[in-house]
Design a protein around this ligand. Structure first.
Ligand code: NOJ
Length: 748
């Protein structure tokens, strides 16, 4: 029966007013006010209504997991579902919100979640690519604009940022993260949360962020998605936790449990992760959502006997919201009777969910995200499209740029004839990348289009050449003919958008199919070949690397991909991206990462009995932090303010960087530290600071960094962060291998 909504809503408002919780002047709510509001609603709720608030179902729009619940609208109507994901647009979500607000007894508004990972409709580069910009302001702006567009489309919650550190490019989800380094990942986590949520969640241009996947999802054994994670607790805390913690400290109001198990307990059932660390150690006050079907999967993990048991484990561990398992909605009656869960457990979870709904302003106006004219104005607005270009420009990494006849191949200034070849050269869909939310591929500028706009007096001919996987070589002959009759070949090869992302692990990360064979045949023609690799993970391509004249690592750059690439290729933009994940020489080296330990037998080429391979070096093909520019940056010496510092002192570190090349350029100056002797073994270097600077041609910049004891800390044997006295080295340079160094001593 349809309920008289105005009376019901009035009930809530009356309770709020009586309890003195409604601020008349619209001031931001204090914690106490919030708690009183939440309590006043909780008082009105039946057990079933409470469980409905702990339930999140997908709509039938996008399905990002194994199950769907086709009758989700009835579930909303009956109060069994208080939150929806994978539904968007003002028109549709307004319709669903109406059901919740006007047809349920209490009229509690829905939250609408979605994977707004790198843009909503206007798509920015995949997060791994954008991280290569090392531009925190740019990444914050991407999150802010994605939130603006998503909020205008009826959403108020994104399942982002994903901040899983990963050292394994076989894992398809490296695309969503920020690479292999903990410090950089933590900085990015913080700014992305600020970007999504802004200063005030009740601002209808912001959305709730979700730190995921808690925890250590990026370290599955053998790089296989959803697999078990095996690591020491020291490594968990030293290498993996910081990005989650920084996101929580930045104010993220939600977090998502990961699928994997860790220390023998699936994260979804881990009280240690969800309560002891997240809430007790870090003070998290928001709610934790399970991942898709994660609660039911406790049965497959082999820790739950049945659904009821799974629900008990998850709820008592500290999971507040059930994504798609449909277990929280009906398990507790029996569990309460048997004393396996308490009403306090349920109330605590409901309060956390309601709290976020209040923070979003949904109780003030459940329709605040549903303004059609705002949607029309913001989606694909100039502001978003301009930013998509800027972000793409800063994400591209130049790996190789050889000279031919005394001149570097790139930038490509005035070619008469370009042969553009490859399955990604005139391709809209794959530019969007994985997790492209509601991205519209018809708005994508392809590389072909970008080049045609940029090189107006050049003849550009195009051939696809081959496909990603098919063994069909009939396209080779036209491609080779074009190569032979052109000044230069631009070859766009790599992965399509399904080769990476969730459930897209690969045991072999070579360039898929016969694309490399095509590349080598084109190089054989003698025409210079510029290879543009588009992918969502580091791929392995040692032979091609040796033979190609120039290589740009271009990822999947989003809606403005073609414009950005044309600007970089032509020199309108000087590339400045630096890798945030090492590119391995071969798959057998994985995991290969810059901050490894020395071992007791450090690699020594003249000594067989040292830590190395017989068939490949220990070094990656391209190291963390690497990326070329069209100009040349010369680094001076590392200067330190003191040779010895005390525990409370600050060490001033400086270096000069001069642009001695022919172009204005941007450089990411990286500072690493090594603790020479510790109570535990320490990595050979660890990133501790960086600055992205813009240096006009011929100019020199002096950079200053300050290091304190905080920067020298690590997780000690008793799991505390400690700085130990002793000798340290500071390294500064353009990447993690080419470094200038100086030493100092930290004294007690
Ligand atoms: C499963 C993924 O692991 C998670 O990242 C995503 O947010 C949910 N599905 C919802 O789509």
């Amino acid at each position: 029966m349809k309920k008289p909504i105005h009376i019901v809503s009035a009930t809530i408002v009356t309770v709020l007013l009586l309890s003195g919780c409604v601020t008349e002047n619209g001031d931001r709510q204090t914690d106490m006010q919030l708690d009183r509001k939440v309590d006043s609603v909780l008082l009105l709720m039946t057990l079933d209504e409470k469980l409905g608030q702990l339930t999140l179902y997908t709509s039938d729009w996008d399905v990002t997991g194994p199950t769907i619940r086709p009758d989700y609208m009835d579930d909303i109507r009956s109060g069994k579902c208080g939150n929806i994901f994978n539904a968007h647009t003002v028109a549709y979500n307004k319709k669903l919100q109406r059901i919740a607000v006007e047809e349920t007894r209490l009229g509690i508004p829905l939250m609408f979640g979605y994977d707004v990972i790198h843009g909503h409709k206007t798509i920015f580069p995949i997060p791994l690519a954008e991280a290569c910009s090392w531009n925190l302001g740019l990444m914050k702006k991407s999150a802010k604009l994605a939130a603006k567009e998503a909020a205008a489309s009826g959403l108020n919650w994104t399942f982002a940022p994903m901040v899983d550190i990963s050292r394994d490019p076989r894992w398809g989800r490296v695309s969503e993260g920020n690479g292999e380094d903990t410090y950089l990942g933590a900085c990015i986590s913080e700014v992305r949360v600020h970007g999504f949520q802004g200063r005030d969640l009740s601002d209808p241009y912001t959305i709730a962020a979700c730190i995921k996947h808690f925890a250590a999802y990026g370290a599955p054994v053998a790089g296989r998605d959803y697999n078990t994670v095996e690591m020491s607790e020291i490594s968990l805390r030293q290498d993996y936790l910081l990005p989650y913690q920084k996101g929580i400290e930045a104010g993220a109001v939600t977090a998502m449990a990961s699928f994997n198990d860790l220390f023998g307990v699936p994260a979804t059932a881990s009280k240690y992760l969800m309560t002891d660390i997240l809430r007790d150690e870090w003070g998290f006050e928001g709610f934790v959502v399970s991942d898709y079907d994660g609660i039911d999967q406790l049965r497959d993990h082999g820790v739950a006997e049945d659904k009821q048991h799974a629900g008990e484990l998850a709820l008592t561990a500290g999971i507040d919201m059930d994504m798609q398992s449909a277990i929280f909605v009906d398990f507790p009656a029996l569990s309460l009777e048997e004393g396996k869960v308490s009403m306090d457990d349920i109330n605590a979870a409901v309060k956390r969910v309601l709290r976020v709904k209040f923070q979003l302003g949904l109780f003030d106006d459940p329709y605040r995200y549903f303004d059609e004219s705002r949607e029309a104005e913001i989606v694909f607005s100039e502001e978003l499209m301009d930013h998509a270009l800027q972000s793409a420009l800063e994400s591209v990494v130049l790996l190789k740029n050889e000279a031919e006849n005394g001149r570097k191949i790139l930038p490509l200034t005035a070619p008469k004839k370009i042969a553009l070849i490859g399955p990604l050269a005139d391709n809209q869909l794959d530019m969007l990348g994985s997790w492209h939310a509601a991205g519209d591929h018809t708005r994508v500028v392809t590389l072909l289009e970008g080049l045609q706009k940029k090189y107006t007096s050049t003849e550009i001919s195009y051939a696809r050449g081959c496909d990603f996987y098919a063994e069909e070589r009939s396209g080779f002959s036209r491609a080779l003919h074009l190569a032979k009759t052109s000044d230069v070949v631009i070859l766009a090869i790599g992965e399509n958008q399904e080769h990476s992302g969730e459930a897209a692990s690969r045991s072999n990360i070579d360039i898929p199919g016969i694309q490399e064979e095509l590349a080598l045949a084109l190089i054989e023609t003698g025409t210079p070949v510029i290879v543009v690799i588009m992918a969502e993970r580091p791929l392995t391509f040692p032979v091609l690397n040796e033979k190609a004249s120039a290589i740009l690592y271009a990822w999947h750059l989003g809606t403005r991909a073609g414009d950005a690439l044309a600007d970089v290729l032509s020199g309108a933009c000087n590339p400045s991206g630096k890798l945030v994940m090492s590119i391995p020489e071969n798959t057998g080296q994985i995991p290969v990462y810059y901050n490894s330990k020395s071992t007791g037998r450090p690699d020594d080429p003249s000594n067989k009995y040292t830590s190395k391979y017989l068939d490949v070096s220990n070094n990656p093909l391209y190291p963390f932090g690497y990326g070329l520019s069209y100009t040349i940056f010369e680094y001076g010496e590392v200067r330190l303010s003191d040779a010895i510092i005390g525990m409370n002192d600050t060490l001033e570190v400086s270096i000069s960087v001069k642009n001695t090349g022919d172009y204005d350029g941007e450089e990411v100056v990286q500072l690493y530290v090594r603790d020479m002797v510790g109570s535990l073994t320490r990595p050979v270097k660890e990133l501790r600071a960086f600055k992205k600077i813009s240096v006009p041609r011929g100019e020199e910049h002096k950079l200053h960094f300050s290091l304190t004891r905080e920067d020298l800390k690590f997780v000690g044997g008793d799991l505390e962060y400690i700085a130990e006295p002793g000798d340290f080295k500071v390294f500064i340079g353009p990447d993690s291998e080419n470094l200038k160094e100086a030493g100092f001593t930290l004294k007690n």
